[in-house]
Design a protein around this ligand. Structure first.
Ligand code: SAM
Length: 311
């Protein structure tokens, strides 16, 4: 969604932008080009491999690029470290990158054999193999149902708990094969691999993706200058709901009960929502990049602080 990101972020010369999900640095490059010659881009990713690749691919932009390894939920600490107070724009393009998905050794793919890991930062947290080995059936069911909207969550969870007593699940295909055996094949034109939802759910759980988004959204708007913009691309309905509700709450003015004729709360909107409806990828883009089919973009702009109207 390159065009849409630029349209809503409106990167300007001389601006300071944070790409909290640097990944393959495609959006970062566009922002750097659009802010030529003096815009600055802070690129964050908690995957060291993504940062190492970005370091060489963005080298042509010299000291206009600052790279930080970390979770965007910790952007406050990183910005404080860099002695940067407020930003002109922030981009969060959530989830995994194509490169992570395609790297079998990272364990995100149910189509290729690899260790059942799924951590975006393999140096922290616990792997998917550990979750699958140690979580109780009820917890596995909750993860598959909540994060994967998996209809057969209970059946899959019970099968895992039974099978793991014989052999631990250490690889991607081991788990994918079990799911294929347990789940009836999906019907209809858009048939997906039976392991799709469970793999997505484990990835979201292992990486604490919803917790990071919650913390990131709570912080990001405070780090924007007046007129600064936040653009978020999500791929999951739970993420999109969180983004939508957060934007709506921040854009709400008076929160007094309706029965009051005069505002008593003095509550002011902090932001203006720029996307009344979710923005989706065009058919052309979906044809080139099928993953963009589930991408949903929302954007907001920080409003000036107004005096308390109640006084
Ligand atoms: C969808 S890709 C981003 C692609 C990127 N916009 C581009 O143009 O190539 C998501 C990237 O964000 C990283 N990521 C996901 N959640 C993160 C988080 N909470 N903090 C930091 N990086 C995160 C992943 O490691 C992955 O590299």
């Amino acid at each position: 969604m390159a065009d849409e990101v630029l349209r809503f972020l409106e990167p300007q010369r001389g601006g300071i932008y944070l790409d909290g999900t640097l990944g393959g640095a495609g959006h970062a490059r566009l922002i750097l080009e659009a802010t030529y010659p003096d815009g600055v881009l802070i690129g964050m990713d908690h995957d060291a491999a993504a940062l190492a690749a970005a370091k060489s691919s963005l080298a042509v932009f010299g000291d206009r690029v600052i790279l930080r390894q970390g979770n965007f939920s910790d952007m406050d600490a990183h910005l404080d470290f860099l002695e940067i107070d407020l930003l002109d724009g922030i981009l969060l393009d959530l989830g995994v990158s194509s490169h992570q998905l395609d790297s079998a050794e990272r364990g995100f793919s149910f189509r290729e054999e690899g260790p059942l890991d799924m951590r975006m930062n393999p140096a922290t947290g616990v792997s998917a193999a550990t979750v699958v080995a140690e979580a109780e059936a009820g917890e596995l069911k909750r993860i598959f149902r909540e994060y994967g909207e998996e209809r057969w969550a209970g059946k899959i969870a019970r099968a895992i708990v039974m099978d793991r007593e014989q052999t631990p699940f250490l690889t991607t295909l081991q788990l994918a094969d079990l799911i294929s055996r347990v789940v009836p094949a999906s019907k209809g034109p858009q048939r997906i691999h039976p392991a799709t939802r469970v793999f997505q759910a484990l990835r979201i759980h292992v990486n604490g993706e919803l917790e990071s988004l919650r913390a990131g959204l709570d912080t990001a708007w405070k780090r924007l200058k007046t007129g600064g913009r936040l653009v978020v691309i999500s791929f999951h309905s739970l993420e999109d709901r969180m983004v939508k509700q957060t934007f709506r709450a921040l854009a709400t003015g008076c929160i007094c009960p309706r029965r009051l004729a005069v505002c008593a709360c003095g509550h002011q909107p902090e932001v203006r929502v720029l996307t009344r409806k979710a923005v989706r990828a065009t058919e052309d883009e979906i044809n080139i990049n099928p993953r963009s089919r589930s991408a949903v973009l929302r954007a907001m702009e920080k409003l000036p602080v107004k005096g308390n109207q109640n006084v």
